[in-house]
Ligand binder design. Structure first.
Ligand code: UDP
Length: 337
């Protein structure tokens, strides 16, 4: 397949580029390096099935030649980044998604949107199934990311319903692994870097808020599974264009175009993660309690029944094994600096 990945030099985008190239696909990567990094794709430059263009996907997007699929992964995605880049975050979720969808329509390409568990906001339901509408404060500092992705989902569904575009939406839960930026501000990267440097681990609030962490290889496998699954698997279309059920008697059935949660359902507190990182690094760093960011979700855990039944997907890498690999990565990064 000819595949274009926006945000292809980011943490997840670069893993996607690498995996898809190794599966024999032709990959074009677009990134403006706002949060992506040249070093994430340096090893791919020169590969015969890889090409890169530095570009902001909020601008008119044109590529020559055929495209079979577009994966829209461009966006700041760590809370620290989207709080520092609120307008760029809203623009890439809105304008960037529109441009990427327009290109998919022009090329007749399949479109996969990288959405997020943040669409559930500070959830009142735990674990979160895809059917949960969420609890989002649009005015909060986090609202820029949550609402950008909610808009992106709405736009994607509109292109599917109105233009008949073959679309997929993955809701990505907390993910970690090699190629996270040491200073991206996320909890796993922060704790590992702090532990390796003998600095205090910065636990925000009392550390009793929960998250569920997926190792990057598991996540990438789930995303590619969703991208590749045949549209034939689609259950009867839910509504007609105007949004009415095609027949009042017809059951509302989910389709492959509806969102799919991908994440690891093992839930633990932030304090548990701090203790685990200290244990696995052998560090004696102290723990320091910092203020909790505004509207920090109190719980988060994916309900992955849909991914299981639709894709036969299941995470396989344990948190401990994933952390060991990530700690090795950060040790090597530190050594190289
Ligand atoms: N967190 C923390 N210390 C840090 C960074 C994050 O305690 O140095 C907390 C943060 O408040 C949140 C959780 O860890 O409750 C996960 O934060 P992250 O930024 O990784 O992503 P989020 O799940 O909030 O999108």
């Amino acid at each position: 397949m000819h595949i274009l990945i926006t945000g292809g030099a980011g943490f997840l985008g670069s893993h996607l580029c690498e995996r898809l190239i190794s599966q024999g696909h032709d990959v074009r990567c677009v990134d403006n390096f706002i949060t992506g990094r040249p070093e994430n794709i340096a090893h791919l430059l020169g590969h015969e099935r890889f090409s890169f263009v530095k570009y902001n996907v909020c601008d008119y997007l044109h590529v020559d030649g055929p495209l079979d699929a577009i994966l829209h992964f461009a966006s700041p995605a760590s809370p620290q980044d989207y709080l520092e880049l609120p307008i760029a975050t809203l623009k890439v979720g809105a304008l960037g998604t529109h441009k990427a969808l327009g290109l998919a329509k022009a090329k007749g390409a399949r479109f996969l949107l990288a959405s997020t568990s943040e669409v559930y906001g500070d959830p009142l339901v735990n674990p979160q199934p895809e059917s949960y509408w969420g609890n989002v404060n649009p005015l909060s500092p986090r609202g820029v990311y949550d609402e950008a992705k909610r808009f992106a989902e709405a736009m994607t569904m509109a292109y599917h319903r109105y233009h008949g575009l073959d679309t997929r939406i993955v809701r990505i839960f907390n993910t970690f692994g090699p190629r996270m930026r040491p200073k991206d501000g996320r909890v796993v990267s922060n704790f590992i870097v702090q532990a390796l440097q003998g600095k205090a681990l910065t636990v925000f609030g009392n550390g009793l808020q929960t998250r569920s962490f997926c190792y990057v290889d598991d996540l990438i496998r789930g995303i590619i599974g969703l991208l590749m699954i045949d549209s034939d698997k689609t259950v009867a279309q839910r509504t007609d264009r105007s949004g009415f059920l095609s027949s009042p008697a017809e059951p509302v059935s989910e389709t492959i175009h509806d969102p799919v949660n991908i994440g690891n359902p093992r839930e633990l507190t932030v304090m548990d993660i701090a203790q685990l990182v200290l244990k696995l690094t052998g560090s004696s760093s102290p723990i320091q309690n910092n203020p909790l960011p505004v509207d920090d979700p109190k719980v988060r855990r994916p309900d992955i029944r849909r991914a299981r039944t639709l894709l036969g997907w299941e995470p396989t890498v344990s948190l401990e094994d994933g952390l060991e690999k990530t700690i090795d990565y950060f040790r090597n990064v530190a050594r190289a600096e």
